[in-house]
Design a protein around this ligand. Structure first.
Ligand code: UGB
Length: 597
């Protein structure tokens, strides 16, 4: 009270609110006015930020925390009253007629899309020090995830606009960062000229952390190193909804004719193989919410898409997070819990957290909720009395919980695709990946890169080319399939139809080969490759690649993840290429060309 005169009117109101909410401990240690006055003011600056960045303000946060902590103490199950069952959704088969027509529909719709990447997480599980979007997606070209995402969005933009004749739509791309990732993300973009995207197309939204909770009464925790600061931790990817709403971005997108918002995560190098067809599903089915899914192995660290039916008749199709699926199943008459069925997979499709929301209904919903997402709390108690925490906790939220507040009339669906085509995240460090149960995916830098080559090889096979079988090799304790290292720029093979038009059946690539296709109008026709071939061309050139290319190629050298003489990004994948011999050709002039060695 003696310090009140140091504060602005708004700050005095915040102080009253904190006292009302039982937070007097935050300032009971404060000395007389005149001592640490600047620190006291900066304490309230922080309180102001915590208050304005949470839907409903800090008072709501504290009230929500009290309720969730009480539920947690009482052992209340968030799924009480709900019975899980296997939902039905769209199951796509890569390359069939339905897939091709959905891809075409998706490319058409892309001009009405906006993309949102959630990239505020540091990736503690991966143990990599930098931001994950700066990691190479594959090391044949070395292009990082962010570059690949941007080039894919630009390729969609170009293809979609071409269908319209002349069109100048720029697909917006929002990136959610956090204090942990913001500066590095901006630096990566700026130092690479936004990877070819116009700077004005990229919107950065930074999420704020939330206050930590010290006990079951939701008393906010002070930073152990600074008694004038509230300790904070990340609130989770669910923040993306309130940020999109409060920034006014959604209304702006609506006013410029956007219809779809596509959310995705930081390290899935296969994702854009699935975007055109999944967007096609949303458009043709009229889904308000469409989640992308893949077959899921039991216990895999991805959520399960589940139909939940409440005793009172309510139903919803929603992600049940991987740590909650097993207890929910056991509690509802499935003694084996999260187990594989006769197909070798869990019957619950795996959520890959790629969501496509229809913008109109999304805005209407957020007008009601302001983007607040159903939260949870996960305190680690000191003992079974559940009276004290081992360390402070906080509320968390997940972006895929958005449908939880929707009315039963909302059209919520999901689309299942093959894992090899659509999902290969980089999340686990080498030690943890090597411990993954046999048959379950590693989700490591090693498997993430190998999955790119596997997918590209399988796509070319489906297009008719003869691609040799993979070798089986172990890197960083993980046994992986090593397919020919085939990569292409997104503008070359945006859809399967594009690939089929550019690859003819009489071509072959051996297992030890490397093939980099970098240019839009390159046709592979009658190529027999056994070695390394890199083809670069400008748009105006039309290049036919044919004949036998044979050289020593690139060898793969294993790297021990503990070998500190190697770069961290190399160590986490456990191998590197040695470029012994290659043929690299550059077509810089317009006109027809033929590579026929
Ligand atoms: N992220 C943020 O932007 N902010 C945050 O505060 C936290 C994360 P993780 P998680 O597809 O493999 C999710 O940590 O949360 C970003 C789904 O919940 O990689 O354990 C972060 O940068 C799960 O259902 O994953 O699990 C990253 O881009 C399943 O789908 C993204 O959020 C799983 O992903 C995900 O964060 C999966």
């Amino acid at each position: 009270r003696r310090n009140l005169h140091l504060l602005s009117h708004d700050q005095v109101e915040l102080a009253k609110m904190l006292l009302n909410e039982g937070q007097g401990h935050l300032f009971e240690h404060w000395p007389e006015p005149g001592v640490d006055d600047d620190k006291k003011r900066s304490f309230f600056d922080q309180v102001g930020r915590l208050n304005s960045s949470y839907p409903g303000g800090l008072a709501s946060y504290i009230q929500n925390a009290k309720k969730l902590l009480a539920d947690s103490k009482a052992g209340q199950n968030p799924y009480d009253g709900f019975t899980p069952s296997v939902p039905s959704g769209e199951v796509l088969t890569f390359g069939d007629e339905n897939f091709l027509s959905l891809e075409a529909a998706g490319v058409k719709e892309a001009r009405n899309a906006a993309f949102v990447l959630v990239a505020g997480g540091l990736g503690e599980r991966l143990g990599y020090k930098g931001i994950k979007v700066a990691l190479p997606r594959e090391t044949t070209t070395g292009k990082c995830f962010l570059q690949h995402y941007i080039e894919s969005i630009l390729a969609l933009q170009e293809a979609s606009c071409k269908l319209e004749g002349e069109c100048h739509i720029k697909i917006p791309f929002a990136i959610m960062t956090s204090d942990d990732t913001n500066a590095l993300t901006i630096n990566l973009l700026e130092s690479n000229s936004y990877f070819g995207m116009e700077a004005s197309q990229v919107i950065i939204l930074k999420q704020e952390k939330v206050a930590c909770l010290a006990d079951n009464d939701a008393r906010l925790a002070l930073d152990p190193n600074d008694k004038y600061k509230i300790q904070t931790k990340p609130h989770g990817h669910g923040d993306v909804h309130s940020l999109l709403y409060s920034s006014g971005l959604l209304e702006q997108w609506k006013s410029t004719g956007r219809k779809w918002v596509l959310f995705f995560q930081d390290t899935n190098g296969l994702l854009f193989n699935a975007i055109p067809s999944a967007l096609g599903v949303s458009a043709t089915k009229g889904y308000n919410v469409n989640s992308l899914a893949v077959p899921r192995k039991a216990k895999e660290a991805i959520g399960g898409i589940t139909k939940l039916t409440h005793d009172d008749g309510r139903t919803m199709v929603i992600n049940v997070e991987y740590n909650q699926l097993d207890p929910l199943l056991r509690a509802t008459g499935h003694p084996d819990g999260d187990a594989n069925c006769e197909t070798g997979y869990s019957p619950y499709p795996g959520n890959i957290n790629q969501l496509i929301l229809e913008l109109g209904p999304y805005i209407e919903e957020l007008k009601k909720t302001h983007g607040a997402i159903s939260e949870f709390v996960n305190p680690k108690y000191t003992d079974s009395t559940k009276t004290a925490f081992k360390s402070s906790t906080r509320l968390e939220c997940m972006m895929q919980d958005y449908p939880k507040t929707l009315p039963p009339t909302a059209k919520v669906g999901f689309t299942v695709m093959d894992t090899w085509l659509a999902y290969a995240p980089v999340k686990n460090n080498p030690e943890d990946a090597a411990k993954v149960p046999k048959g379950n995916p590693f989700h490591s830098a090693t498997s993430g890169e190998m999955a790119i080559y596997r997918a590209n090889s399988l796509i070319l096979r489906k297009a008719g080319a003869q691609i040799s079988d993979p070798a089986i090799t172990t890197f960083n304790g993980q046994e992986v399939e090593v397919w020919p290292r085939i990569t292409w720029s997104p503008r070359w093979g945006l859809t399967f139809k594009d690939v089929t038009q550019k690859v003819h059946g009489n071509s072959s690539v051996s297992q030890r080969s490397v093939l980099v296709i970098n240019g839009q109008n390159i046709v592979i026709d009658g190529l027999s490759l056994d070695g390394a071939l890199i083809v670069n061309s400008v748009d105006e050139a039309e290049v036919k690649v044919t004949g036998r290319v044979e050289n020593k190629g690139w060898t793969i050298r294993p790297v021990d993840h503990k070998d500190t003489s190697e770069k961290e990004e190399t160590r986490i994948r456990g191998f590197k290429f040695e470029k012994v011999e290659q043929l690299e050709v550059n077509y810089t002039e317009p006109g027809k060309h033929c590579l026929s060695p």
